[in-house]
Design a protein around this ligand. Structure first.
Ligand code: ATP
Length: 138
């Protein structure tokens, strides 16, 4: 099957732009698989792992939520933040996780709880992607 162009952008930068074979994105309803010639759609992404298969190789990016649009000629991901697996700073993600968990242990206003939960989910997505890279590389 011919590949599909995937562009992942944030407000800050172009994170990834390649022709790929399969995309599995963290959709609100669960994992969303996209092959070339997928029907056009627009959907929201949750913080999580985006897996990409390209030429028999698979790798991942951490996505901190955003939007995914399937167009006839390409797939566009507009992410709040996104990091390719090799870009993830593991110590920073672990520290962010620790901080979020610490905050959630305290009695705090609901808005702060929601913020800490979101931070926790971002950190867990980054840790998952970093861990998968480590396992892939043996
Ligand atoms: P932190 O508390 O460590 O800043 P965060 O989840 O609040 O984490 P974001 O606001 O999602 O961070 O991201 C801010 C910027 O920092 C983005 O450009 C994002 O790609 C980058 N970033 C955040 N955490 C990491 C990480 N562990 N490794 C690499 N880049 C990261």
């Amino acid at each position: 099957m011919s590949p599909v162009r995937l562009d992942i952008v944030t407000a800050e930068r172009l994170v990834y732009s390649e022709e790929v074979d399969i995309i599995v994105a963290p959709g609100v309803m669960g994992q969303l698989g996209i092959l070339p010639h997928h029907t056009p759609l627009m959907t929201t992404l949750e913080p999580g792992e985006m897996r990409i298969r390209k030429g028999g190789e698979e790798f991942s990016l951490a996505i901190s939520g955003g939007f995914l649009e399937v167009r006839p000629d390409r797939v566009i991901v507009l992410a709040d933040a996104a990091e390719r697996d090799e870009e993830i700073d593991l110590a920073r993600a672990e520290e962010a996780k620790r901080r979020a968990q610490e905050t959630l242990r305290q009695r705090i206003p609901a808005a702060d709880t929601a913020q800490a939960e979101a931070a926790l989910r971002r950190s867990l997505a980054r840790l998952k992607v970093a861990e998968r890279r480590r396992r892939r590389r043996g």
